[in-house]
Design a protein around this ligand. Structure first.
Ligand code: NAD
Length: 368
């Protein structure tokens, strides 16, 4: 049912499989558009393709447009032809600049196993079946941004240094995101730190505990990061929301990703205080498979589902898209990356376009 609302979405397909998958994924957006109001979709060059056309990985016009829209949907950037450019001019720089200009401080990465893909994980089925963990990572602070930083010569020896810092405002706002999301899920937050060694993470623990006073319906636990890494592979189902800083989140979210099987299945969202978000698959531009109609588009489609949930406030549409993806997998359709080495007869190898056809067919069957 249409909501009568008008949404603006900036689409940045990017490079390699990003540019290949995006037109297909947009067909899914189109298929549900009648349920969510009017969608204004603007498409801009971004990453390597923008370097080739305009000499910069992101133009000022694209940045200004990104500030105005409700959500940004991103493919992937990069490729060998731009690898030798200086750091400031690389395609990936556009990504970092966009996240920081929009102040997208909260990165959400779900680790969700689809029953039909249970064998794609390297862990035993009983460990990962029906897994649904959400990692909430602080994205714009911590050691990746702290100063002073650098490499200097001291007493004729090179010395490298970085600064891990968080102030209480940064911790408080990400903690609120974690608690708010837990309320809509199973009501549990595990805050991950290294408070036994690092003072800044003792502050993290203190502030998270203070914020928790406004969320007494949510269960809060604390865990040291080394234990969290171990628990994630030992018994990941103990977690609902994992709340953590930038570097610990970077590492733990890749560990959690592997629990679910393929990188071609992993969506992500980076949101700011205004509810604006950048939605993108976790994978890169995969130049090794680009242009062959074999890339898995499901991570991008699941990123669209996250966009419905977190920026467009349409959880039922998000659920429907996620359900359609699960259904297509249950029907046995597989792109090459999620096809087991010795497939059963019930599985069918399909291309990028064809698996999207199946998702759309599924959405049409469940049309409201
Ligand atoms: P990658 O994620 O592009 O590829 C890693 C491996 O996974 C490759 O073998 C690739 O074929 C496979 N793969 C990735 N996505 C897939 C999909 N949807 N379906 C099937 N297989 C898939 O990582 P990489 O090879 O390290 O990097 C390639 C380029 O992408 C580099 O230029 C890198 O800087 C860039 N990159 C961009 C982003 C981003 O835009 N967010 C993220 C990571 C890497």
């Amino acid at each position: 049912m249409a909501t009568g609302k008008r949404w603006q979405i900036l689409v940045l397909p990017g490079d390699g499989i990003g540019a290949e998958i995006m037109p297909q994924a947009l067909r899914v957006l189109e298929a549900v558009s009648s349920e969510i109001g009017t969608l204004d979709i603007l498409t801009h060059d971004f990453g390597g393709v923008s370097i080739d056309r305009y000499g910069v990985p992101m133009t000022e016009e694209t940045l200004q447009q990104a500030m105005r829209v409700d959500a940004v949907l991103l493919g992937a950037v990069g490729g060998p032809q731009w690898d030798d450019l200086p750091m400031e001019k690389k395609p990936e720089k556009a990504l970092l600049n966009l996240r920081s200009a929009l102040d997208c401080f909260a990165n959400l990465r779900p680790a969700l196993t689809f029953t039909a893909l249970i064998d794609a994980s390297t862990l035993k089925p009983e460990i990962v079946s029906e897994l649904d963990v959400l990692i909430v990572r602080e994205l714009t602070g911590g050691i990746y941004f702290g100063t002073p930083r650098g490499v200097e010569l001291q007493n004729n020896r090179r010395r490298g240094f970085n600064t891990l810092e968080y102030d209480e405002t940064e911790i408080e706002r990400i903690a609120r995101v974690g608690f708010d999301l837990a309320r809509k899920r199973r009501g549990k937050v595990c805050s991950v730190d290294k408070a036994n060694v690092l003072e800044v993470t003792q502050l993290w623990r203190d502030v998270v505990t203070e914020v928790h006073q406004s969320y007494e319906d949510v269960e809060l636990s604390h865990m040291y990061v080394d234990n969290a890494a171990m628990q994630l592979v030992r018994w990941p189902k103990q977690f609902d929301v994992i709340l953590t800083g930038n570097m610990f989140g970077d590492i733990l979210s890749d560990t959690a990703a592997m629990l679910t099987g393929s990188i071609g299945m992993l969506p992500s969202a980076s949101i700011n205080a205004r509810g604006q978000g950048i939605y993108e698959p976790v994978h890169g531009s995969a130049p090794d498979i680009a242009g062959k109609n074999i890339a898995n588009p499901l991570a991008t489609i699941l990123s669209i589902a996250m966009m419905f949930r977190y920026s467009l406030n349409q959880p039922s549409v998000a659920n429907r898209v996620e359900f359609a993806v699960g259904d297509v997998l249950s029907q046995g359709y597989r792109t090459a990356d999620i096809m087991p080495p010795k497939p059963s007869e019930t599985l069918q190898l399909v291309g990028t376009r064809e698996i999207v056809d199946s998702v759309i067919a599924c959405l049409k069957e469940t049309e409201i």
